[in-house]
Write a protein that binds this ligand. Structure first.
Ligand code: HEC
Length: 167
């Protein structure tokens, strides 16, 4: 009699534990899913620091970047041809942003901003040196500038998010 009760007891206990455990696991899974949907991890899967930008921010960055790439192409051609005016003008045009990058600047970490500013300064230096410096000196400044492209792209990655104001 006691034995039968004990068996029932264990079955009862097992049932409660089983259900309880299942409920615990499913809640846990739901929480995990919720976290991955809403959280903004500090790093992307490849280990770079994630920067959360809206589609509009990304468009602005892309425009600037394509301007950098095009400018560097013009400048490296002009160095080969010793065309000083072109170096001065192309680098001078990249000395400053167009002033529309405020939102991006505010959302970006200090390291990102420093790299961006330093790159702008390199373009300024190129422009200032263009009429007088040796071409290999100019080439060295170009190389310095490109080091900043590499550094930023290696450290940071843009991740698109919805604009909270659009909701
Ligand atoms: C301070 C950080 C930073 C620096 C410095 C930087 N970039 Fe970028 N670049 C970015 C980010 C962030 C993106 C990704 C934008 C996106 O996809 O939303 C990007 C994207 C690009 C793209 C892809 C643009 C597109 O949408 O097709 C090019 C090309 C590029 N960069 C070129 C350059 C060049 C050339 C330099 C150096 C002269 C440079 N970048 C310097 C941060 C930087």
């Amino acid at each position: 009699m006691n034995k039968t009760l004990a068996v029932f007891g264990w079955i009862f206990f097992g049932l409660i534990m089983g259900v309880g455990l299942m409920r615990f696991i499913s809640t846990h899974q739901e929480l995990d899913e919720l976290a991955t949907e809403t959280a903004r991890p500090e790093r992307t899967a490849d280990g770079r620091i994630a920067l959360y930008y809206t589609a509009e921010d990304r468009m602005h960055i892309s425009d600037e970047m394509l301007g950098f790439l095009q400018g560097l192409q013009t400048i490296s051609g002009a160095i080969a041809e010793e065309d000083r005016e072109t170096i001065r003008d192309a680098a001078g045009a990249l000395r400053r942003g167009n002033g529309q990058g405020q939102a991006v600047q505010l959302k970006s970490p200090e390291g990102f901003r420093v790299l961006g500013r330093s790159l702008r300064q390199d373009f300024g230096t190129m422009s200032d040196m263009a009429m007088t410096a040796d071409m290999d000196e100019l080439q060295l400044v170009v190389s310095d500038a490109m080091g900043k492209c590499v550094a930023c792209h290696g450290s940071y990655k843009a991740v698109e998010v919805e604009d909270p104001a659009a909701d």
